[in-house]
Ligand binder design. Structure first.
Ligand code: SF4
Length: 490
């Protein structure tokens, strides 16, 4: 049996030969993070909608043996070529491809590649070029190649009407221009398969371009605890230091860094002691009670789910708010939609009911302000109250960034990095699967899924509530840590 490459493997080989070798010989080392999982889920949903947009289309299932998929494709193209065919399967020159959609028209055969991104990217053209080359070589010349991507302007009005969701871009010329290169990519991929051991390729910019490689944990050397790339706003200086062979922040010579934050990180990392600016406590003490600590969780769908929404729009489905009526007192309010219906109105209304009319509302990013302003635009009758709520927001992040750094933060000012340095018993990692924003999105989609059982829904809701509540409790802890005079943890 001759060696075969799939289209994905040719793409992997173009990114990095080591990646392809690992995918074939050491797939167990692959580390799929939640962001990758989420992209896959969005892609599957889009595929279904794309199929529904062509109700006359025929699908070659992925669960049938390969020889049957090849035969079914050939039969279809012979008998009913004008009917759209999804997952059409072709093989030639030791490469196997499955085309998202292929159909004959009076002007020739059209290949359509469907992507959940919102624009054409260079690697999409490479993807199409490989398919075009194989399909041509299999005896089915392609005359036109279309890239169908999400149109961000699409306004979903409901009733599963997704006409207009996909924007079709004719990429025929650009794909044609790449045809001469495809044989070289294939030969390089096949050669990589034959390598007796893992190619010696170092990590570098190619590990995240055009996409994050799932083998980064395997390839990243673990000897350096404080790599120079943790410097905030790194970029140019990081590349210079690495080129000079300086891998660890502790080895950066004095006087080498000119940005205040970077120098602060260097000094704190070498000394092992945190930096705490004097102004932080005094600034916090000027803020009155009652105080509120607010965090939203939002979701976004490549394929809009609720009427009156657009692709990838950030839609809030949950909030948590810790409340200090007075110094040392602490209460908690929260909202989580579990219905699966559009959650934004209930989210906005419950927020207004819980947050009163006065008192600072702490957040840990400008994101909450953006969400509240969008809710105000969406629901004009709630607009004035929501806008006045937005006026009360106080973003802690710039204050922390200006006045605090602990070596254990390793260059990150995220709340998840700051919290363990001021409250060792509180840690997002201990939460399990739902410990970051993408994990929360995945859990929420599962929670509102039609096939999810009641007990799974209950445990997903519990995990979401614990996660969001920890984010707002973290803010309480941060404020109390830097303003000890008012501290009295409940
Ligand atoms: S992490 Fe980088 S070096 Fe390692 S396989 Fe992936 S792309 Fe190649």
């Amino acid at each position: 049996m001759p060696r075969m490459l799939s289209k994905s493997q040719v793409l992997a080989s173009r990114q990095c030969q080591r990646r392809l070798w690992l995918e074939v010989h050491r797939p167990e080392l692959r580390d799929i993070d939640s962001a990758m999982l989420q992209r896959l889920r969005q892609g599957h949903r889009l595929e279904k909608v794309a199929h529904a947009l062509h109700p006359d289309g025929v699908l070659i299932g992925r669960d049938i043996p390969l020889h049957k998929a090849l035969q079914a494709t050939a039969d279809h193209l012979q008998r009913i070529p004008y009917t759209p065919l999804f997952e059409a399967t072709f093989s030639a020159h030791q490469v196997l491809v499955r085309a998202d959609m292929i159909r004959q028209t009076d002007a020739g055969r059209t290949l359509t590649e469907i992507k959940s991104s919102t624009r054409v990217k260079p690697y999409h053209l490479i993807d199409c070029a490989i398919q075009h080359w194989v399909i041509d070589a299999a005896g089915y010349p392609v005359s036109k190649t279309l890239l169908a991507h999400i149109d961000r302007r699409f306004h979903y009005r409901g009733d599963d009407d997704y006409a207009g969701l996909l924007r079709h871009v004719d990429v025929s010329e650009r794909v044609e221009a790449l045809q001469r290169e495809v044989p070289q990519w294939v030969v390089a991929g096949l050669d990589t398969l034959d390598m007796p051991k893992e190619p010696a390729i170092d990590v570098g910019p190619h590990c995240t371009d055009p996409m994050a490689c799932p083998f980064r944990h395997h390839c990243q050397p673990d000897g350096t605890e404080y790599p120079v790339n943790l410097l905030p706003g790194g970029g140019h200086i990081v590349a210079q230091l690495q080129a000079e062979g300086i891998a660890d922040v502790r080895d950066i010579p004095e006087g080498r860094l000119h940005k205040v934050l970077q120098e602060r990180v260097r000094i704190a990392t070498i000394s092992g002691r945190p930096y705490v600016g004097q102004a932080i406590g005094a600034t916090l003490r000027t803020l009155p009670y009652p105080r509120y600590y607010l965090d939203f969780e939002t979701t976004q769908f490549a394929v809009p789910r609720w009427p009156d929404t657009r692709p990838y729009e950030q839609l809030p489905f949950q909030w948590s708010c810790h409340i200090e009526p007075e110094a040392g007192e602490l209460g908690h309010a929260q909202f989580l939609d579990t219905t699966g219906e559009s959650p934004m109105r209930a989210c906005a209304q419950s927020l207004l009911d819980a947050l009163g009319d006065t008192g600072p509302v702490f957040t840990y990013s400008p994101f909450e302000k953006t969400v509240i302003h969008r809710l105000a635009t969406r629901f004009p009758d709630l607009g004035p109250r929501l806008r006045s709520l937005a006026e009360r927001l106080y973003d802690l992040l710039p204050l922390i960034r200006a006045h605090y750094y602990h070596p254990a933060m390793k260059g990150s000012y995220s709340i998840k990095a700051v919290l363990p340095t001021i409250a060792a018993d509180l840690n997002h990692e201990a939460l399990g699967d739902v410990h970051d924003g993408v994990g929360a999105q995945i859990a929420y989609e599962e929670l509102i899924g039609k096939t999810t059982g009641l007990s799974s829904k209950a445990s997903l809701a519990d995990a979401l509530r614990r996660y969001c509540a920890l984010d707002t409790l973290a803010m309480v802890e941060i404020v109390r840590f830097f303003e000890p005079a008012n501290s009295a943890r409940n």
